[in-house]
Design a protein around this ligand. Structure first.
Ligand code: BES
Ligand code: MN
Ligand code: ZN
Length: 501
């Protein structure tokens, strides 16, 4: 879809549809008021008759409003004016887009970007609207033989801003919102792809295809043979039970001088996690195709970054692997020597993500990174702790943790910090190796974070557990595209482009 901003008055718009807000109880917003005057009280009459209360999300589509140049006017209920918050704003936008998409308006001028949302400026409102519009229209129908498409889909959306002075802000919001949306799109497409198609090789092919589209993006892989030479035995062990070879894919984005240390994003890319010999129960096991949600979000963030052409160096590491039970599979009781030299006793082959990640975290030391952030659907315990609303953030570097929390606040892609205090480390003790791959049931997400922290001493490091946020279960099952907005915001904030004026 195409987006733009302008600053004009509602009665002068000549569009298929113009979108204005109505507050509860039956109160016209400022712009709606302007339309009302031009139409000689047409809108206020409707409200008086009780056609629209103004409750958040209510929609009333009007045709041929007297003296109005636009073909349609969409009145959108915005709830009580004082109570309009971020969440409600996003919900209202999403509903508006759906209504427009299904009622034949192929273009619209939207005045909802002028609503007052507590503590948020025009940049935020336009950017959130772009992201909500794009996300709301997402469908995954590549694998359906009959695709249902709306007959006259919305193609062009113009956001109105209150003053001409705010136009550049609005334009930047669109640019950023589109980049994030593009990243979320690839993230969702890759994560939704079934595990018989989306293998570690498929992830590599996606990364390679992306690199083909941008001059300053290049691609390489670490194949199993090289992993063996490097001693990445934990990574290799996890993939041993699968017919699909493990592949670590690397995307190198160069936006700054060679000697600027890169930020590295590491994504857990388990294209299927059956649990291995510690096999999972069969209920909902299909959802373990999303166990590459971290990898998908790294691909998404790299896509957004390449779109934005930010002046930083970033490496995306996609740790592709499949965890299956088999005669060759690794077992509980095995002791593995990781690339770092530290040994790990496997207590449960279903705690595989940390094994793939620990070797990847050691591997990326060679890039002398300034910062490494790993993103992983690592523990079911994170869903127990935080549900599906916030990603679990863990870090051994306070400033980095705060940067990520800020980015999460700005982007609306929430994260919440969990502690990595030394006291939690003891649970990983093993009688047979330097550590076990599991620390018991208590504080399962922190246990996994503690495990990873032992492989990240050479750089500033943070870990995002996205088990709860990367996908939705139930009727609307599918990948969410998170935490692409958070990661992209973090990268934006590392450059001047992210500084608000
Ligand atoms: N991929 C899972 C974590 C997961 C579970 C993500 C549910 C999303 C939804 C991970 O590999 C796993 O199996 N973790 C185990 C760890 C346990 C064996 C210590 C878990 O969470 O049960
Ligand atoms: Mn597992
Ligand atoms: Zn897993």
């Amino acid at each position: 879809m195409e987006f733009s901003v302008k600053s004009g008055s509602p009665e002068k718009q000549r569009s298929a549809c113009i979108v204005v807000g109505v507050f509860e109880p039956r109160r016209l917003s400022g712009v709606a008021e302007q339309l009302d005057q031009v139409s000689e009280g047409y809108l206020s009459n409707l409200l008086r008759r009780g056609d629209l209360e103004g409750k958040a999300g209510q929609m009333l589509l009007l045709h041929h409003v007297p003296n109005i140049l636009s073909e349609r006017v969409l009145l959108v209920g915005c709830g009580k004016e004082r109570e309009l918050d971020e969440r409600q704003y996003k919900q209202i936008i999403e509903k508006t887009i759906h209504t427009l998409n299904e009622t034949g308006s192929m273009e619209a001028v939207c005045f909802l970007s002028e609503l007052h949302v507590k503590g948020r400026d025009t940049y935020w409102k336009v950017r959130q609207a772009v992201e909500a519009a794009q996300a709301g229209l997402y469908t995954f129908n590549q694998l359906k033989t009959r695709k249902e498409e709306p007959r006259r889909p919305l193609r062009k959306l113009v956001f109105n801003v209150p003053t001409r002075r705010e136009l550049p802000l609005g334009e930047r919001a669109i640019q950023h919102g589109l980049a994030v949306s593009k990243g979320m799109l690839i993230c969702r497409d890759v994560a939704n792809m079934p595990p018989n198609i989306c293998t570690p090789r498929y992830l590599a092919e996606q990364a390679e295809a992306m690199a083909g589209n941008y001059d300053n993006l290049s691609f390489s892989t670490v194949e199993e043979a090289e992993m063996a030479e490097l001693g990445m035995n934990a990574y290799l062990a996890v993939g041993r039970g699968s017919e699909n070879e493990s592949v670590l894919s690397l995307l190198h984005y160069k936006g700054a001088a060679d000697d600027v240390p890169p930020i590295v994003l590491v994504g857990k890319g388990l294209t299927f996690d059956a649990g291995g010999i510690s096999i999972k129960p069969s209920a909902n096991m299909d959802e373990m195709k999303y166990d590459m949600g971290g990898a998908a979000s790294v691909l998404g963030a790299m896509q957004a970054l390449a779109e934005l052409q930010l002046p930083i160096n970033v490496i995306g590491a996609v740790a592709g692997c499949e965890n299956m039970p088999d005669g060759k599979a690794y077992r509980p009781g095995d002791v593995l020597t990781t690339m770092s030299g530290q040994t790990v006793e496997v207590l449960n082959t279903d705690a595989e993500g940390r094994l793939v990640l620990c070797d990847t975290l050691t591997y990326v030391e060679r890039f002398s990174p300034d910062t490494v952030i790993d993103v992983a659907t690592l523990t079911g315990a994170c869903i127990i702790a935080l549900g599906h609303h916030a990603s679990g953030l863990m870090s051994t570097h306070n400033p980095l943790a705060h940067e990520l929390l800020n980015a999460s606040e700005q982007s609306g892609d929430r994260a919440w910090r969990l502690p990595l205090w030394d006291e939690y480390q003891d649970a990983l003790d093993s009688p047979f190796a330097d550590m076990a791959n599991l620390g018991g049931r208590d504080a399962g997400s922190i246990g996994a974070g503690c495990f990873l922290s032992r492989f990240t001493k050479k750089y500033h490091w943070a870990h995002l557990d996205i088990a709860g946020t990367a996908w939705r279960s139930g009727a609307k099952k599918g990948a969410t595209g998170r935490p692409v907005p958070l990661l992209t915001q973090f990268l934006l904030n590392r450059t001047a482009a992210g500084q608000q004026d």
